[in-house]
Design a protein. Structure first.
Lengths: 250, 258
């Protein structure tokens, strides 16, 4: 089984701070599988994601994509960002255009595809995310769930091999969540790799094939959900033990 | 703002090429400015009202209210033209005068005529612009700008400004409610002002952080130097074109008669 990403001893600090956001971060993520990334707030999930498409460059250590070391040249980054799609937690941060159709077309246009091809991809991505009827609507008139799916379509229109999603369930109602996971399911059947950052243990335990536990910029454990959720120690350190809510004792 | 925006997206000629709509509006506007007669302005107001109400199906009440608001500003602005104030008796220059304390207020038929001309001309021009604003969403105008080779940087700035006006309004709303829920505006005037200032600075920081996140998200989708998007396809509308030309023609006829 080959790995889609391989991080080897990656360290990263944000400009102007001393704190290591990633601190000797090492993990290999299997290709074509469903991976869940869990960990407390500030454990490094988002920083890790932004290393996957070369937006952040490690201060030390190496990142491999599809067995090749990342190439940070302009041309290589363009190819990388087509293959690695990231969906951000807050859809409003990602949607820049007041036109839904134009927003979805942004990624494919940046790939220098001919107009007819872009048009086809917009339709295709919209159909995949069930937002065909929203294409003519202004972005600011959409509900939170609709915005989330438009943001997803905007990334899928680039036909990525890997999809990284930051908190796909936050702020979505149960019906919307199911719809979004239906889309993930369709993608997975096309052989794509899906990586979710989540605080929902149900997703990590029942949806994922592979779970990565982060703590303070390091990978604490990376294994199948069965192994991870049998390890009391890991669950206690990260506060991920289920159930997260217990009535307080008197 | 929200109201105009809603009609811009929901009117009957939304799908019509913005080039046609903008072309009509600017022709009427130009004629209003070039043909210097009150009748021309009135024809323009009448013509664009018909265009907006019957063809675009914007409620007459909405169109009237927008125009009325502009008329109020215009009339206030022309008060200075109609009425002159002086310390000396203007008798000899004009018969229309009266004295209030040491001041003389006066007017003249010529001043009234001048004001009438300005109001009708400006109202005609405003009506033409209202037609465009109520029937064409900004994204279509940006599309048109791209076709007319307006500098990309300008269009990109407009794209982002327009989109984030709504995002910022949402943030403003949430922050204001959060303050109000904790009685931020219920104690004293001083506290209210202070809280409003905090809200303003918070909003600025929020916008700044949001712009960083937007940049990251755009780069992830291959953003390099400009916001390239698919041009929209539009419909032609012969009826609108014919009606517009008819209005322009009647404006010229009105000018010749006057």
């Amino acid at each position: 089984m080959s790995n889609i990403f391989d991080f080897q001893q990656v360290c990263y600090t944000y400009p102007g701070t001393d704190k290591q956001a990633l601190d000797g971060f090492s993990v290999a993520i299997p290709k074509g599988k469903k991976t869940a990334v869990v960990g407390r707030n500030g454990a490094g999930k988002s920083t890790f994601f932004l290393h996957c498409n070369g937006l952040y460059k490690p201060k030390s250590g190496n990142v491999f994509f599809d067995e090749q070391p990342l190439d940070y040249s302009r041309k290589a980054l363009r190819t990388l960002r087509q293959k690695v799609g990231i969906i951000f937690q807050n859809a409003d941060d990602q949607l820049f255009s007041a036109s839904v159709a134009q927003d979805i077309s942004f990624g494919p246009m940046n790939l220098n595809l001919p107009e007819s091809e872009v048009r086809q991809r917009v339709q295709e991505a919209a159909a995949l995310c069930d937002i065909g009827t929203l294409l003519d609507r202004p972005t600011h008139a959409l509900s939170g769930g609709e915005k989330a799916r438009v943001a997803l379509a905007g990334v899928l229109a680039m036909r990525p091999d890997v999809l990284l999603v930051d908190e796909p369930t936050s702020s979505l109602d149960p019906l919307m969540r199911r719809q979004v996971f239906t889309v993930f399911h369709r993608l997975q059947q096309q052989g794509k790799t899906i990586i979710l950052a989540t605080h929902e243990m149900a997703i990590a335990r029942h949806w994922a094939d592979f779970v990565i536990v982060l703590d303070a910029g390091r990978v604490l454990a990376a294994d199948t959900p069965e192994v991870i959720f049998a390890n009391e120690e890991i669950l206690t350190i990260t506060g991920l033990a289920e159930p997260w809510y217990k009535p307080l004792e008197a | 703002m929200h109201l105009i925006d809603r009609y811009a997206y929901g009117n009957r000629i939304r799908q019509v090429d913005p080039a046609l709509k903008a072309g009509l509006a600017s022709t009427i506007l130009l004629l209003c400015l070039l043909l210097n007669e009150p009748l021309v302005g009135l024809v323009a107001v009448g013509g664009t009202s018909v265009l907006t109400i019957t063809i675009a199906h914007i409620p007459a009440k909405t169109f009237g209210r927008v125009l009325l608001a502009q008329a109020a500003f215009l009339i206030m602005a022309t008060i200075g033209i109609v009425i002159s104030v002086s310390l000396v008796n203007p008798t000899g220059f004009t018969d229309w005068s009266c004295q209030i304390g040491p001041l003389w207020l006066s007017s003249s038929p010529a001043a009234l005529q001048q004001a009438g001309l300005i109001v009708t001309r400006a109202l005609g021009a405003a009506a033409a612009m209202n037609f465009l604003a109520l029937t064409t969403p900004l994204v279509d105008l940006l599309d048109l700008g791209r076709r007319l080779h307006v500098p990309i940087i300008l269009l990109d700035l407009m794209t982002l400004t327009y989109r984030f006006i709504f995002v910022l309004l949402d943030s403003l709303d949430t922050m204001y409610n959060a303050q109000a829920c904790r009685l931020g505006y219920h104690t004293s005037y001083r506290r209210s002002m202070n809280n409003a200032a905090v809200l303003g600075s918070r909003l600025f920081i929020d916008a700044f952080q949001r712009s960083r996140r937007l940049e990251i998200a755009l780069q992830s989708r291959g953003f390099e130097s400009d916001l390239r998007v698919l041009p929209t396809t539009y419909e032609r509308n012969g009826r609108l074109l014919a009606a517009g030309l008819l209005i322009a023609l009647s404006m010229v006829v009105a000018w010749i008669i006057a």
